[in-house]
Design a protein around this ligand. Sequence first.
Ligand code: ATP
Ligand code: MG
Length: 573
Amino acid sequence: MARNTGRVLGVNGNMVNVEFDGAIAKNEVGYIHLGDIRLKGEVIRINGNIAALQIFEMTGGIVVGDEVEFTGEMLSVELGPGLLTQIYDGLQNPLPELARQCGFFLQRGVYLQALPNVDWEFTPTVSKGDIVKAGDTIGTVPEGLFTHQIMVPFDLVGSFTVTSIKQAGTYKTRDIICTVEDSKKKKLELSMVFSWPVKKAIRLYSERLRPVEPMMTKIRIIDTLLPVAKGGTFCTPGPFGAGKTVLQHMTSRNAEVDIVIIAACGERAGEVVEILKEFPELIDPKTGRSLMERTIIICNTSSMPVASREASVYTAVTIAEYYRQMGLDILLLADSTSRWAQAMREMSGRLEEIPGEEAFPAYLESRIAEFYERAGIVKLSDGRTGSVTIGGTVSPAGGNFEEPVTQATLKVVGAFHGLSRERSDARKYPAIDPLTSWSKYPGIIKQSEVNQMRRVLHGSHEVNQMMKVVGEEGTSINDYVTYQMGELLDSCYLQQNSFDPIDTSVPPERQKHVFAKLHRLMNTPLTFETKSDVRRVFNNLRQLLLDWNNTRWGSDEFKAAEAALDEAFKALG
Ligand SMILES: Nc1ncnc2c1ncn2[C@@H]1O[C@H](COP(=O)(O)OP(=O)(O)OP(=O)(O)O)[C@@H](O)[C@H]1O
Ligand SMILES: [Mg+2]
């Protein structure tokens, strides 16, 4: 097929107008020829015979009349074994490999194969004559901790007959392992890899289920008070430096899922370098092996062109959906979606579209909704389930949650973990505000008991506000007890030290056990003579609880600390 071509008409930042011949489609990939190098771009608008091509590279040097070649293919990612452990940019270029080939300074126009052509131990699961369709498994290969299913490419329409399949053995990623033919006897050759357009959700499942099963993060304030469900969505808005990134990293290490995909879009380069250095050294608490074995990182720093930043969240979610088709649970963490929205705003400006609120494009809300809607727990055609859970941070300027990105996100997510400046300034980590945050998902603790905890926290907050005006002397003993109770729950349960090896991850059984103790305390009638008695008793309880938090679950120290706490409870009556 002859490829369509075009010529550059004008350049505006990374937006290039191209006059083209023939027919091209929106989201089609085109390359601008600049001497020996080719710069990749995506068609984002077509007007008559003029296409707006957003270029994923610096556009310096492009001049009017430069030749453009359209590929006829949508912006896509490669799917197949070998994705795990990779570190990609937004266009799925493997960054370490890119660095090896280009040295310190990445060159323009270098696009590498996303998946290395390496050996895999293939075991077929179909035989000659079998009928298959898109998404069906034709064989498996072991990929690290998982059995990676080799599937019929998702874009094939209709039924196919297997005409040949390789026997068990070692084959390379791109070797032909299977041939199929359609009803018109047209033959197709399949390898372990195929591509899929990033902006299109993968919908090869029989049913979407309601996300109700909690996804453990081992973070108490989340699992107990603000739970996230497998296949659900949550957002973490917070002012600059409030701890969004630290919280996401804590979640990525501890979450009870099979695979974690981190989309770091538009963060500062230094922070991304930290991820790249830190992650390969982390040990997976679940397997005792390198955390990278079940992680994929997609990263774009704020110094990379905005367009590839925009692509990175789509690349990440497409890879997540691919692994979901294998019956796995995937957690996708995007940091920060505000930078992604800013990329949208910048491109919309270049397209001279009519701006909406705060100059974001009018379609901001629908883009954000479309992204989060790609999360979900699904029943696959063979009856297994798989899930994609999506969590995104939002970094609104000045921590003002009334701005468009936070508001659009709040409309679509199932849980809101809002970080507060007040809490992070007081170094109360994680700085999630328990009073304003919410979750629509069921958690591990009875709702009525969680509600009671919320009431205590609200009451305590009110007394605290009042005390700022009338002072401690003007507060009744009962109110003072409420205040101290809320502070105790906060400091010993809601706050969690991410740098303590034990406290950093608290399994659900332990959360239930400790919560039951606190629930008992909340329901113990307490009478005190003086406020200094109240203070003394609560200070003692706080110390006992904090000590308990630092013991290993189920150990002798744990039991001893619990016994000491029970003694103190007994003394209360
Ligand atoms: N759970 C925590 N325990 C201890 N310290 C923390 C915790 N969370 C955050 N911090 C401190 O706060 C600093 C800033 O955190 P972080 O980088 O996660 O903020 P952020 O909200 O992602 O900021 P930005 O808006 O700049 O992206 C950290 O370097 C760390 O010192
Ligand atoms: Mg951050």
